[in-house]
Ligand binder design. Structure first.
Ligand code: NAD
Length: 263
């Protein structure tokens, strides 16, 4: 299927590795002109060079921290000026720390909501006016299955990410008549560098082997395996495409069936 996004400008945040990087790569493969950001200039430039080399696409890399309103303003302005608008926005950030309610202060919740909720809102606020001018836009917010089915030791993530679903659903109705779709995606366990780091930390702590770390996760996934970043990126690219023109306000799990609820 031709996704119909050749030449469209796509901004993917937090994309030096993992899910964000896989999405940027897939959009570039589909012919989009891609801008990416993460906090480290060196890491994001390396990711941009690699994507450009593998796809032949134009890729612009920016150092920007999505928890900084000033960085977001500069980022969006730079992409708009350099590439002439923003058609596709994929919001992403790192994840907050794991732990129980008793372990966190109110400032920990503030930091988590800045990272995972307020960054999404800031990016949408900055980009929606540009999409409205073109009467076309695609916004895909990367959240987590934790937004759908809270995970015991991830109270910061559960709290902030549920807010993203509320925000994107509400925004979707307010921009739908302008040709803009807004959807959220909820990744389940996906084998990115972060998960590999967690597996290595688990083994180093003496709790078990790397293989046992993966088995503990996979036993709860109906497909009995973790997802790949490519599988995740394929779905995001579809939602970001011309072909998904009548899909908006959806929160879609990409999780091998991990979420147990009906809705
Ligand atoms: P990752 O740690 O491999 O990559 C995170 C990316 O975000 C990196 O490029 C990092 O540089 C960038 N980043 C972090 N904080 C940033 C900030 N403040 N500003 C700009 N860039 C920033 O993580 P991942 O596995 O690719 O996951 C991406 C997101 O999806 C995270 O929020 C994660 O919690 C969530 N998630 C991941 C999984 C999974 O299994 N991989 C499952 C559910 C949810």
């Amino acid at each position: 299927m031709d996704l119909g996004i050749r030449g469209k400008v796509a901004l993917v945040t937090a994309a030096s590795r993992g899910l964000g990087r896989a999405v940027a790569l897939q959009l570039a493969r589909e012919g989009a002109r891609v801008a990416i950001c993460s906090r480290s200039e060196e890491a994001i430039s390396a990711a941009g060079d690699d994507i450009a080399e593998r796809t032949g696409a134009d890729v612009m890399a920016f150092a920007a921290d999505v928890t900084s309103s000033a960085d977001i303003a500069t980022l969006v302005e730079s992409v708009n000026r350099s590439l002439g608008g923003i058609d596709i926005l994929v919001t992403n950030a790192g994840g907050p720390r794991s732990g129980l309610a008793s372990e966190f202060s109110i400032d920990d919740y503030r930091a988590a909501t800045e990272l995972n909720l307020m960054s999404t809102i800031s990016l949408c606020n900055a980009v929606v006016p540009l999409m409205r001018q073109n009467r076309w836009g695609r916004i895909v917010a990367i959240t987590s299955v934790a937004a759908r089915q809270p995970i015991g030791n991830l109270i910061l993530s559960n709290t902030a990410r549920a807010g993203v679903l509320g925000f994107t659903k509400t925004l979707s109705a307010q921009v739908a008549a302008d040709g803009i779709t807004v959807n959220s995606v909820c990744p389940g366990y996906t084998k990115t560098e972060r998960i590999e780091e967690l597996a290595a930390m688990y083994a180093a702590s003496g709790k078990g082997t790397v293989a046992e770390f993966y088995l503990n996760i996979e036993k709860d996934v109906p497909m009995k395996r973790m997802g790949t970043p490519e599988e995740f990126a394929n779905v995001v690219a579809f939602l970001a495409s011309e072909r998904a023109s009548y899909v908006t306000g959806v929160a879609l799990q990409i999780d091998g069936g991990w979420v147990k609820s009906l809705f």
